[in-house]
Design a binder for this molecule. Structure first.
Ligand code: GDP
Length: 470
């Protein structure tokens, strides 16, 4: 009986308290079944209602997904929708990729949540650059938009929602609409969260969505979704953590990378410190300032010991511990600098500090598959660390900490050479930040500060105009 309980607990951990189903073939997606061996058990459990909604969603996807009868009837060529009318039982939401992998993952989670709220089938338009990153998330089906679909065509041929809301010539029932929620396009004029607009969108069989944002908080602003949101996530600070862990399982290729790095460089150390250094403007931000700020952050938070630079042969270090700093950055110099500082200064000590940087791509190249494979494995590896320091406003960092279930120390934004007295601050919440949220009150037809209306909505710590749902 004891053994059984142990087995049950292990299974429960593997499947994340019912978040995941066991019906997948293990060899097609090793990480789905083995990640629990690397990740710490998450203290955040899915609610019964979230599990219920996910199982319902999986059924919908099974019945309406690619190559099903319903898909073939309605989606094969978009025009068929008009014949069958808008009451076809399957409606679709097509996600399209834009910007870097972090942006893509936060927008994909938001899109999935929107699909659940609106009973739509989520299909992803993954080009070659997105292949080989993730396993299929939904059982007995695929989330990939088939390459022969009309919805692979140039998006500019589809009606945009501006044209629908601005001059709504209601007599022509739309079969597809291009919903562009890029921050630069919507920003404060965003009316996506208005219930009356959701009513209009409801009747359109295919929505093609593009966003670079974590817009999940705006779904909470929509009254008609709020009750479901509250029931699915009694603790809304776990929204990305749980949906991300449901959707994003590293493909076998990515998993092999993760495992290799973990076994070779992280597994044997007593403590793993993840450090993400994201620089947006390499000219404006001197390398030495970033290195000093980072070291100051690590030391103030006692993640790394202070070094006695004058007397480097005798640094005041604890005994018999080994730490590794996993440096994740586009640039090799950060790993190299930290390595030269820490590895040379601890040479005579019994505390061993290692520094390891898995890659240095030097340039963002998000249209390249191998580049994205590296990015995804590093995002995942950061989430396996015991402590985490990330860069401000980086969606790459958001995904790493949220999937990891961590509240990282976030470096302060700096420009110039001076290092702030408080070089970094611990995040209070795990959720990614919605950088450019709407500020429009749909009922009152005025602008509004939602953080003053909803206690669950807060300003982001790293970007004042941004919002988080907690
Ligand atoms: P953000 O720009 O920091 O919000 O993050 P994104 O992930 O959206 O875009 C940055 C992209 O640049 C990533 O997806 C990677 O392709 C690349 N990149 C940035 N920093 C790193 C890094 O530390 N490691 C790797 N491998 N790639 C990175």
């Amino acid at each position: 009986a004891k053994n059984n309980t142990f087995e049950d607990e292990k299974n429960d951990e593997k499947l994340f308290g019912g978040l995941l189903v066991s019906s997948f073939d293990e060899s097609s997606c090793v990480s789905r079944f083995r990640s629990y061996l690397y990740r710490k058990t998450s203290p955040y459990k899915p609610s019964e209602y979230l599990i219920f909604k996910l199982r319902n969603y999986e059924n919908l996807h099974r019945n309406c997904g690619p190559y099903t009868k319903s898909y073939n009837e309605s989606m094969k060529d978009g025009a068929n929708f008009s014949k069958n009318g808008v009451d076809s039982k399957c409606k679709y939401l097509i996600w399209t990729a834009i910007e870097g992998l972090g942006n893509r993952m936060i927008s994909l989670v938001s899109t999935f949540l929107y699909a659940i709220f609106t009973d739509r089938v989520l299909l992803v338009r993954f080009d070659n650059d997105m292949m080989d990153l993730f396993c299929e998330p939904f059982p007995d089906s695929s989330w990939l938009l088939p390459k022969n679909s009309t919805y692979w065509n140039d998006l500019r041929q589809f009606k945009t929602w501006e044209s629908m809301f601005v001059n709504n010539n209601g007599n022509d029932p739309l079969t597809a609409l291009y919903l562009d929620l890029m921050n630069n396009n919507v920003r404060v004029t965003n009316r996506f969260h208005c219930d009356q607009n959701q009513v209009l969108l409801q009747n359109i069989p295919v929505l093609i969505l593009r966003s670079n944002e974590y817009f999940a908080p705006s779904l909470y602003l929509t009254y008609s979704f709020r009750q479901d949101f509250n029931r699915m996530f009694p603790d809304k600070d776990t929204t990305f953590h749980l949906l991300g862990r449901y959707l994003f399982h590293p493909s076998n290729v990515v998993w092999e990378r993760i495992q290799n790095v973990y076994e070779a460089h992280l597994a044997k150390e007593n403590e793993r410190i993840g450090l993400q250094i994201r620089i947006y403007n390499t000219r404006q931000t001197p390398e030495e300032t970033i290195v000093n700020e980072t070291i100051s952050c690590l030391q103030q938070n006692t993640l790394l010991p202070k070094l006695d630079m004058q007397n480097s042969m005798n640094p005041p270090l604890e005994k018999n511990t080994s730490k590794v700093v996993l440096v994740v950055s586009l640039y090799s110099k950060y790993g190299e600098r930290l390595k030269s500082i820490y590895e040379s200064n601890t040479s005579s000590s019994e505390e061993v500090i290692k520094v390891y940087q898995p890659s240095h791509e030097e340039h963002q190249n998000s249209g390249d598959n191998m580049h994205n494979i590296k990015a995804w494995s590093e995002i995942y590896l950061l989430g396996l660390c015991d402590a985490l320091v990330t860069s401000p406003t980086s969606t790459f960092g958001y995904v790493a900490h949220s999937l990891g279930g961590m509240k990282p120390l976030v470096l302060q934004s700096i420009s110039g050479r001076s290092i702030p007295n408080v070089p970094c601050q611990r995040l209070k919440y795990m959720e990614p930040c919605f950088h450019d949220p709407p500020n429009f009150d749909c009922m009152a037809n005025t602008t509004v500060d939602f953080t003053s209306i909803f206690p669950n909505i807060r300003r982001c710590e790293d970007q004042r105009r941004g919002m988080k749902i907690i």
